[in-house]
Write a protein that binds this ligand. Structure first.
Ligand code: GRF
Length: 313
C-alpha cells in the first residue's frame, strides 16, 4: 500500500508517513474543534444538528490539515492536494487568489497560509522561474533548497532544449515547465506573457545557453540573475559555456578559477556581480575535473545567495 501511495503522490517513503500523520492528526483536530464549536450551537432536531456538524467539519478539515502539514513539512504537498480537490469540485476559480494547478498550469499567487493574517503581517510569496538548458544539477539544488519555503516557490522551469535533464527534474518535482521556441523568444514576446500569466516575480538562469532578450530584461528589471562557472569578467562572453570555459582557464595556466553570480543585462555574462568565490586549478586538472570542483561550489552557494537576494538581507 505504501508503494502505491508513493507512486500516486510521487513522494518518498518518509513523506508518505508524514502525509499520513498529517491526515490523521488533521482529521482528529477537525473532529475535536468541530465538537467544541457545536457546543455553542443549540439545535434540538438531531438531523439538523448532524447537517450543521457535517458542514462545519467539511469547512474545518482543509484548514486543519493545512495547519498540521506545516509542522510535518508537508505544506506544499497539501496545498496541491487540496487544490486538486477544490478543482474537482469546481472551486478553483472561486478560491480568490489561491489558484492551484496541475503540472502544466499556474499554482498559487500568494501564500495562502498568510491570507488569514492582517495585511501588514502577510508573507508575500516570491514565485521564481528557473531557466536552464542542460542537466539541471543547479536547478535541482535550488528546488531542494526552497522545497519547504513558505516565501519562495520554484514555480516554473523554462527550457530551450527538448530532452534536457532539467525537464525530467521538472516532471519529477511536479513543477510546470515550458519548452521555448527560438523565434518566439528572440522575435516574439520573449515569453513575457507566459511568465506574467504564471505570476513569476524573479528569474534564475542556471545553465541557460541563450542570451536574454531586451524585452525580457525590461519586463524583469534587476530581477534576473545568472551563475557563471568562472571568475568574471575573465572567461565570459559568447561561446564561453560548459567545458569551453574550463578549457580556456586551464590553457591560460590560471592558478585559480571559481564562480560568479551576477545580474543579467543585455550582454553575455556582463551584469553587476553579486557574489564570487574561488577554487584552485591544479596542474593536472582537465576540463572535467575542474568542472566537477566548480559544480560543487555552485551547488553550495547558488541557492544560499538566491535566498539572500530574495529575502533582501
Ligand atoms: C553550470 O556550470 C553553470 O555555471 C553554467 O552551466 C552549468 C549548468 O550546469 N552556466 P547544470 O545544468 O546546473 O548541471
Amino acid at each position: 500500500m505504501f508503494q502505491r501511495l508513493q507512486q500516486k503522490w510521487k513522494v518518498s517513503g518518509l513523506q508518505v508517513v508524514l502525509i499520513l500523520c498529517t491526515f490523521a492528526i488533521g482529521g482528529s483536530l477537525t473532529g475535536f474543534a468541530g465538537r467544541r464549536m457545536m457546543n455553542f450551537v443549540s439545535i434540538d432536531q438531531d438531523w439538523i444538528w448532524i447537517i450543521v456538524y457535517i458542514l462545519i467539519i467539511t469547512l474545518l478539515w482543509p484548514v486543519a490539515v493545512l495547519f498540521v502539514s506545516v509542522f510535518f513539512g508537508q505544506y506544499r504537498f497539501f496545498i496541491g492536494y487540496l487544490g486538486k480537490i477544490g478543482k474537482r469540485m469546481g472551486l478553483a476559480k472561486k478560491m480568490g487568489k489561491v489558484q492551484i494547478a496541475t503540472s502544466n498550469t499556474p499554482v498559487e499567487l500568494t501564500n495562502p497560509l498568510s491570507s488569514h493574517l492582517p495585511a501588514a503581517t502577510r508573507t508575500p510569496l516570491t514565485r521564481v522561474a528557473i531557466f536552464a538548458s542542460g542537466a539541471g544539477s543547479n536547478a535541482q539544488k535550488i528546488i531542494d533548497h526552497f522545497r519547504q519555503s513558505l516565501h519562495i516557490k520554484i514555480s516554473l522551469i523554462v527550457c530551450n532544449k527538448a530532452g534536457a535533464g532539467v525537464l525530467s527534474i521538472a516532471s519529477k518535482e511536479n513543477i510546470p515547465a515550458i519548452l521555448i521556441d527560438k523565434e518566439k523568444f528572440f522575435r516574439g514576446n520573449s515569453y513575457t506573457d507566459e511568465l506574467k500569466e504564471n505570476s513569476i516575480d524573479f528569474i534564475i538562469l542556471a545553465g541557460f545557453l541563450w542570451k536574454i532578450p531586451a524585452a525580457l530584461i525590461k519586463a524583469y528589471p534587476g530581477k534576473i540573475i545568472n551563475i557563471h562557472p568562472a571568475l568574471l569578467p575573465k572567461y565570459g562572453g559568447k561561446g564561453m559555456f560548459g567545458n569551453h570555459v574550463h578549457e580556456a582557464v586551464i590553457t591560460a595556466k590560471e592558478k585559480e578559477s571559481g564562480i560568479t553570480i551576477h545580474y543579467v543585462d543585455e550582454h553575455y555574462d556582463h551584469g553587476d556581480a553579486i557574489f564570487q568565490t574561488t577554487c584552485n586549478v591544479f596542474e593536472n586538472d582537465t576540463a572535467e575535473s575542474l568542472a566537477q570542483r566548480i559544480h560543487l561550489l555552485e551547488h553550495e552557494h547558488y541557492p544560499r545567495v538566491i535566498e539572500k537576494i530574495l529575502s533582501g538581507s
